[in-house]
Design a protein around this ligand. Sequence first.
Ligand code: GLA
Length: 717
Amino acid sequence: MAQKLFHLSRDGVSLLIETTKGTPNVIHWGRELPAIDDPPQYLIAVTEPTPHGLFDESHRAGVWRENARAFLGQPALQGHRSGRAFSPKFELVSATRPSAHELLFVSRDDHAGLEVSLSYELTESGLIKIRSSVTNLGAPADQTDAGQATEDFTLNGLMAFLPLPDHATDILDFHGRWMRERQAQRTKISVGKHVRESHEGRSGHDYTIVQFATTDNASFQNGEVWGLSLAWSGNNVHTVEREMVGRTQIGAGELLLPGEVILAVGETYDAPTVIATYSNQGIDGASDRLHRFQRARAAHPTNIRPRPVSLNVWEAVYMNHDLAKLTALAEVAGRIGVERFVLDDGWFGARRDDTAGLGDWVVSAEVWPNGLKPLIDVVQANGMEFGLWFEAEMVNPNSDLYRAHPEWIMQADGRTPVEARWQQVLDLTHPGAYDHVLGQVDAILSEYDIAYIKWDHNRPITDAGHFDRAAVRAQTQAIYRLFDELKRRHPGLEIESCASGGGRIDLGMIDHADRFWASDNNDALERQQIYRNTSIAIAPELLGTHIGPTKAHSSGRTHSISFRAATAMWGHAGIEWDVTEASELELAQLAGFISFYKANRDLLHSGRVVRVDAIDENAWSHGVVAQDGSRAIFAYVQLRTAKQILPNAMRFAGLEAGATYRVTQVEPAGAPGKMQKFDSATWIHGVEVSGAWLMSAGLRTPILQPEQAMIFEAVRV
Ligand code: GLA
């Protein structure tokens, strides 16, 4: 281990780690550095002065942030062995390079009987995957209290941290709730901790997905950003912490409940992977890295097939399942070009409303006397594949399952947890419960030709106990295992992760599910914000975006098809509306939208997503630019009326500055409403100008009514 300085660099990003003090210490994460030919010079550059009033030598505690190394904030690893081993000090035992873009550091504290490892993998898209683990080696004999079982190590938490430079001044993260997920919040970094925690037992509506530190007022296009995401669907914590001495770090980890992880001798805890994203091209640059990372996975849905246009019947019929009505719906859907028809909640057990039936995944003989086949036949005859809804981590007390196995719910200390939506959480860490769910879901998938399942999780988990011991981690692992097993048994099966809308969208679930339902709020105006922020972390093709009814069920607002379509276009698009009630004109507009979408989904699902920094937040524009810069589709969205009579010029982003583009307006689903005497020339004739012009001067748009949007194509000529 003669080497003391380690450098990973790729795609504009560098990570520099020094080990001179016997522990790995990250001294740079950010802008790419040239190859380092004189390591000592860098070590001189980072040597800090030794101030009065603190320790007698300069200390950077390194990645483990041990108190024993004079670190005064929260250590990366916290735990104890019946009160002992509370203050470990890890000495590096090996530093290796498992591959050209990966570093692995293993450290040990023999006295505490703990071994820890940290690996950093710099991916092709410039993200760093951080994996950390702790192994209980067992307490040395002289430490154990005679006659007491003191060898277990109780882990309170294991987080990964990266340093932020002093010019990172701001925090940007996202909070939310049912119906309004992923609202941006910005705050200045100050001394102390800014902490985002989720105790929901799922990543949660309030889950940030990514937490950024940024330079002053960084925007979509400008500034430096450093983001961390926990690839995990259970409880989580994200934090930015500035110590009193002035150093700042960003960290993320699994939030462990008391006693949730107790390591017996020889056991290892592998923390969920933390994904670190740096960009010096604003938030969009970080977003692009996250999208490219997702798209590089072999199992990424668009690497397998184009995303089928879906129709989900939830807002059309709710739980009033009726073959004649659904047949009519399927016929209209097939006629306008829908490719997947999804039967939502209400098909099973005694599920005539949401007070009963969860747990009994057997087709209701009352509603479906001949099973689901008659409907599936109609769906397939109309050129569509079939999808079905489940929420099999849950149970209604009013169900056969609960009556037979009341002991299969998560609970603590013999209490029955507070109900939410009249349901309890099934304890999937109980082998009987797991087998029941797997068996019943598998039986349905085996009996019927089902391409896709929408899998819901409609309540937070409280009292998340398995035989009174905390089990969110094990429950999370169980649902991953269950999804993987269902996919193994039914090759090609797609799973959508839904949790009362966007309550389980995270970078852990992307490896087990193929789509996320972003929100139960299908009002196109509200969706603009939800989509804009959720798509920062998640590639658009993974986000379900549906055209809802004319009058939104969530808000009561009324929107044109043109606006609803211009909103739904940017993800994995679909319809969630009783289209049997649509007029012929509306159906023609839907068909127009669907054929435009099909013709362009290759671009929409592979290009670079760009969000133009708004001058007047009453209007947004955003788009997708082909990776080779040859084509783009943009939206101009008038959320509210503009401040002045003439709206600001619409600027583009992400184009090739030196190329010429022909920009034309397209109206796949009808014209937006306007507030003007005449159209401007641009929109009647199209225009050919340079990418540089479009990105700086921009184009004069028509004056749109509020809650209207325009779509246009830019093609390099
Ligand atoms: C949740 C989902 C909805 C729908 C209902 C069914 O609220 O988010 O899309 O599936 O459950 O009960």
